[in-house]
Design a protein around this ligand. Structure first.
Ligand code: NAI
Length: 355
């Protein structure tokens, strides 16, 4: 079955999302900020972390799995570092607050490292590092996610898809924004293959015995990127964003779906570096812009039209989608304009269930 896609203006999408989150019980300011993040993701073509997730968040908010009246605070623990206590409210809001604190520290001291302790799912990490790059900072962000990846050589899941994001400013308004899960493919891509009855490449996932599989229905675990290297990276992410904050890691990270009434206790870490403390900022930005120009001039190999910099496709999509409207699945739109807060479909949904 092919999905029908419709385009709607970004402002309309943002308002619809905010209304739904408000209906689920979130306070107005938080609903607006979360809607802004989710629309950012859809605008930039990161549809896996945009409007499609609203019903999941609405169910979790309505069932108490996210704190709607949180007591959050920033605890500065050293000249350049601190912990933002998230009180298990929506990750999108507290991870943004944490980034604001990290940028302030970096502006003052050259570096800002802020851990966000106890929060819900925080969406697309590019959002946070992009904020910093647009203020002439270099930034990295790491966060935990629930265990659905086999460690290198293993036949059981242990780590999450633990993403890494990085951004740096250039001498125009388009920063370099690199943002990726540490798995070869997201679970959403396996679902897509199921819906189209397609086989999957044999380096995406494993079956119940830990063997590579091309059958999307046999998938029981995802594979790290580049074997032991991706495995090492996802472990690093868990240590930086989980263990460093005294939070559960690995297979002890809470499930996305198992209990929608439970708080998730997730962690995230932002590292912001102020280039002006290391070099001359304008020269730094010009050097990165020159690098991009040189990359654009690289002869593309067969099958490629051009060489792009990380985040360039998203920048292009953002411009196109602002003009033509943001593409979202009709099914998602129908839910957003409906009276339903949610349809109880995520409670107990196994990450590897068919939905
Ligand atoms: P992806 O595979 O779509 O892109 C990865 C990177 O490759 C991006 O920086 C992109 O700009 C770059 N890229 C793509 N095509 C390119 C090309 N032709 N030339 C140059 N660069 C190119 O990303 P992935 O791994 O599917 O992650 C999607 C999102 O999911 C991210 O925003 C990530 O933060 C988010 N995520 C969030 C989690 C959470 O728990 N909050 C967990 C896992 C992922």
């Amino acid at each position: 079955m092919t999905e029908t896609i419709i385009r709607i203006p970004s402002q309309e999408l943002e308002e619809l999302i905010a209304q739904k989150l408000l209906a689920a019980g979130l306070k107005e300011a938080f609903a607006a900020e979360m809607a802004e993040h989710l629309t950012y993701a859809d605008r930039r073509g990161i549809h896996s972390h945009g409007a499609v997730r609203v019903e999941y968040y609405a169910e979790r908010i309505a069932k108490g799995g996210l704190t709607i009246d949180p007591v959050c605070s920033f605890e500065q623990t050293g000249p350049s570092c601190g912990v933002y206590h998230g009180d298990n409210t929506v990750g999108h809001v507290v991870a943004k607050r944490g980034m604001e604190e990290a940028i302030t520290l970096a502006k003052e001291t050259g570096i800002g490292i802020v851990g966000i302790k106890k929060m819900g799912h925080s969406g697309a990490l590019s959002y946070y590092v992009d904020m910093a790059a647009r203020q002439d900072m270099v930034a990295m962000s790491f966060c935990q996610s629930d265990p659905m990846v086999v460690p290198f050589g293993g036949a059981e899941n242990y780590f999450g898809t633990n993403p890494i994001a990085f951004a740096a400013p250039t001498n125009n308004d388009r920063p370099i924004v690199f943002d990726m899960a540490t798995t070869v493919q997201a679970w959403g891509k396996v679902l897509d293959a199921r819906s189209k009855n397609n086989a999957i490449p044999n380096d995406w996932a494993v079956d119940g015995l830990g063997n590579p599989t091309t059958d999307p229905y046999a998938v029981k675990g995802l594979l790290p990127i580049a074997g032991p290297k991706g495995y090492g990276l996802m472990m690093m992410v868990d240590i930086l964003s989980g263990a460093l904050l005294g939070l559960p890691i690995g297979k002890h990270v809470s499930s996305m779906y198992e209990d929608m009434t439970a708080k998730r206790d997730l962690g995230q870490l932002h590292i912001v570096i102020n280039p002006a403390h290391f070099t001359e900022i304008e020269a730094f930005k010009a050097q990165l812009s020159q690098m991009i120009e040189e990359l654009h001039q690289i002869k593309p190999r067969h099958g490629f039209e051009e060489v792009l910099y990380p985040g360039e496709l998203s920048e292009r999509k953002a411009i196109e989608n602002e003009e033509k409207g943001i593409p979202i699945a009709k099914q998602v739109y129908d839910y957003l304009v409906s009276d339903a807060v949610h349809h109880d479909q995520y409670e107990n949904a196994n990450a590897f269930a068919e939905k």
